[in-house]
Design a protein around this ligand. Structure first.
Ligand SMILES: [Zn+2]
Length: 70
């Protein structure tokens, strides 16, 4: 039985695998937006570019600065 969720970008129905997992990446076939599974019961999708991404970038910059001190 197919599991469906609503695309947050275009409000169309997206069909998922039978067993969607958290953080699973999905591409909306209607608007081609890259999405990620944020809830599994019920399935909920969100944009793949979460704010956590630029926190990681900041950590990397700090490490680079330490290297330059050498
Ligand atoms: Zn869409």
């Amino acid at each position: 039985m197919a599991i469906t969720a609503i695309c947050p970008a275009c409000d169309e129905t997206v069909i998922l695998n039978a067993q969607p997992k958290l953080d699973q990446k999905v591409r909306c076939p209607h608007c081609r937006t890259d999405l990620i599974v944020v809830e599994v019961e019920p399935v909920e999708l969100d944009w793949d570019d979460l704010e956590d991404d630029w926190d990681d970038d900041e950590d990397l910059d700090d490490e680079e600065d330490e290297d330059e001190d050498w």
